[in-house]
Each structure stands twice: as structure tokens, then as C-alpha cells.
Design a protein. Structure first.
Length: 355
């Protein structure tokens, strides 16, 4: 296989070669689209076009190849994150996928261990590695445990929906001249969080705010996504997957064959004005002609508690209430005392890096 500046062979694994690329080739895209994510009880695949992969920020795509054929891939995304206001280098494990032909042979375990060792050794000092693992995904949990990761925080999924979202007054997009102001606002709002980042803020001009007399009362960044839902666990999951899609109006909210939704991040709300955040979300649903949105938020954060206590989140919130993931971390050259202090901080999650 030809080695170029865009494609670097980093080591070999018996009959396989391992390559590092900085973008997604067609074989990796096909492998990711064919992958079923989640667990047997709750699983989905990615739908839609390839643009989100093509546009992904700073990916490190590592592939296991048999000749010219990609058999497995791990994707790391390089991020600068703020931990209580202090900047750290980080790598987020965004994707892991493998072809069925190599499963159950010990190949995947060896590939993951050797790849992570390579990335870890070549990462700069004071680097954080992190991954989100569904709470019931035991296979992914085993791999992440083998790599030496540990539990950092628990992340909840909060659902929003409207059968017929309406346009809203006092909601505005962000112009270029206002970006510094909103970045400062969010830095202040998330100053006591871990893993705060702004990499996806303002993407496709989809950060909107609720503003009255020049004062911003709420704001949120949105990203469009499409999942094909294969299975949902529990009695509520069965109801959502099998009954709701048969009711015309409710099918707008959830269609398992084509679940279109907005992923929300960089949520800001002035205390006491959570209703203004609801207005911004409804405005965005109306703008994009969608009916559902998902927000991934630290389970123990005050923001999560405030939102989950509301009665106006919409039908889909009844089905996302118990959906959790575990934020797992591993540190390079960071003192244990520092890590211990960070454990008590709620974590910021980028929906762009999750959906």
C-alpha cells in the first residue's frame, strides 16, 4: 500500500497494517455507516449524508488494513478543553468500528491496545483522553477498561419535542461582531465545569439567543442529525418504537426508520428564565422543520436538574429520562490531586461530538 503524507503507516499487526490519516476515506465512511451503535437492547445506526464526517474537526483516523481493505477503525478527535477555566490538550475517542470478519479472534483487543499506546506515547504532556460509553454497553466498557480508563462523570440525555413548533419572538441569530461577547458569556457560565469547549460553537450559524432590551436570557447551539433506530429497551422503548410511529402527529416526533433531530450544546440560561430557553429550542425546531431535540448534560449539574424538573419538555422526554452514558477518562502527566479535584466538576458535552 502506498504511503503518503496524508496516509502514514504507523506499525503492523501480523498480516495487517495500521495507518494514520487526517481525514475519512470512503471505506471508513462505509464501515461507520454500517456499524450498529449502542447495545443489543438500545441500538442505532447513523443515517444521512457524509458531510458531518467530512467536516469533523481535527480527526485522527487510524485504520487496520488487510491489504487494501479496511477491517477496523478508531477515530480520535483532538480538542482543547477547559477544566475549571484551565486549558488542557485532549483527545476524544469518537468512533470505534470493526468488520464482523475479525470479531472474536483477539484481533480487536490487540489493535485497540497498540493504537492507544501509540497515541498516548505521542501525545503532548498534560493531555486528557476521554470517551463516552453507553451505560449498558459492556463490550465497549471492557475495551475502555483494558486501556486503563476510569469513570469520571455520568451523562444524562434530555429530550425536547413539539408536535407543531412555532416561530418565537425575541429569538435572534448571532452575527460575527457578537461572537466574542457570546464566547465570554459561555466561558463565564461554564467556568466551574470540566471538558468545556467551543470548537463547534457558531457552526453553520446555528447559535441563537433569546434577547430582550439587549440582555441575553438564554442561548443554545444546534446541530442537525439523523439516526436509524434499531432497538429501544424497556416497556417505554417498545411503546416509542412500535406505537408512536403509527400515530400520524406523533410520528413527527419519533420515526425509528428516520429519526431526525437537533443535537443541542453550549446551552446558556439566566437563572429563572428557563422558559426562554424553551422558546429558543422551539424556534430552532421550527427553523429546521424538525420536531425533536436531544441535549447531553452532566447528570449532577444544576442545569440538568432544572431542565428535568420542567413539565414542558414534550413527549420525547418521557422516553429519554433514564438514558445515561459514562464519561471515561485517562490522563497523561497530570497529577492525581488535580484529577481528584476535577472529579467533582460537572462535565460539558459537545453534541456535535456525540451525535
Amino acid at each position: 500500500m502506498v504511503q503518503t503524507l496524508e496516509k502514514l503507516m504507523i506499525f503492523s499487526e501480523g498480516e495487517f497494517s495500521v495507518f494514520l490519516e487526517r481525514s475519512f476515506n470512503n471505506q471508513v465512511i462505509a464501515l461507520l455507516k454500517e456499524t450498529i451503535w449502542g447495545t443489543g437492547d438500545t441500538s442505532y445506526s447513523h443515517g444521512g449524508d457524509q458531510m458531518q464526517l467530512r467536516e469533523m474537526h481535527d480527526p485522527y483516523v487510524i485504520t487496520l488494513c488487510d491489504g487494501e481493505i479496511v477491517k477496523a477503525s478508531i477515530v480520535f478527535c483532538k480538542r482543547e478543553v477547559y477544566m475549571k477555566g484551565v486549558k488542557y490538550n485532549s483527545f476524544y475517542i469518537r468512533y470505534f468500528s470493526a468488520h464482523p470478519s475479525i470479531k472474536g479472534k483477539g484481533i480487536i483487543k490487540s489493535f485497540c491496545e497498540n493504537v492507544f499506546d501509540y497515541v498516548f506515547q505521542n501525545a503532548p504532556e498534560r493531555t486528557l483522553f476521554y470517551a463516552l460509553v453507553e451505560k449498558d454497553n459492556l463490550a465497549s466498557k471492557r475495551i475502555i477498561d483494558i486501556l486503563g480508563f476510569r469513570l469520571f462523570r455520568t451523562i444524562s440525555t434530555i429530550g425536547f419535542s413539539r408536535v407543531s413548533p412555532k416561530p418565537q419572538a425575541n429569538v435572534f441569530g448571532c452575527c460575527d461582531c457578537e461572537r466574542d461577547v457570546y464566547e465570554d458569556l459561555l466561558h463565564s457560565f461554564y467556568k466551574n465545569y470540566s471538558f468545556f469547549q467551543l470548537k463547534s460553537l457558531f457552526l453553520k450559524s446555528d447559535f441563537h439567543v433569546y434577547r430582550v432590551n439587549g440582555e441575553v436570557l438564554a442561548g443554545v447551539q444546534a446541530h442537525k442529525s439523523l439516526w436509524v433506530v434499531k432497538n429501544l429497551k424497556g416497556a417505554k422503548g417498545i411503546l416509542l418504537q412500535n406505537l408512536v410511529p403509527k400515530i400520524p402527529y406523533l410520528r413527527r416526533i419519533f420515526n425509528p426508520e428516520e429519526f431526525k433531530f437537533l443535537g443541542l450544546e453550549s446551552v446558556y440560561v439566566k437563572p429563572g428564565h428557563e422558559d426562554k430557553l424553551m422558546a429558543v429550542i422551539e424556534y430552532l425546531l421550527h427553523k429546521h422543520k424538525l420536531n425533536s431535540a436531544l441535549f447531553f448534560s452532566d447528570k449532577e449539574s444544576e442545569l440538568t436538574k432544572q431542565l428535568q424538573s420542567r413539565k414542558d419538555l414534550g413527549l420525547i422526554s418521557k422516553f429519554t429520562g433514564n438514558t445515561e452514558a459514562q464519561l471515561m477518562i485517562k490522563c497523561k502527566d497530570i497529577d492525581e490531586d488535580v484529577v481528584y479535584d476535577l472529579l467533582n466538576l460537572p462535565a460539558f458535552i459537545s453534541s456535535y461530538d456525540t451525535i
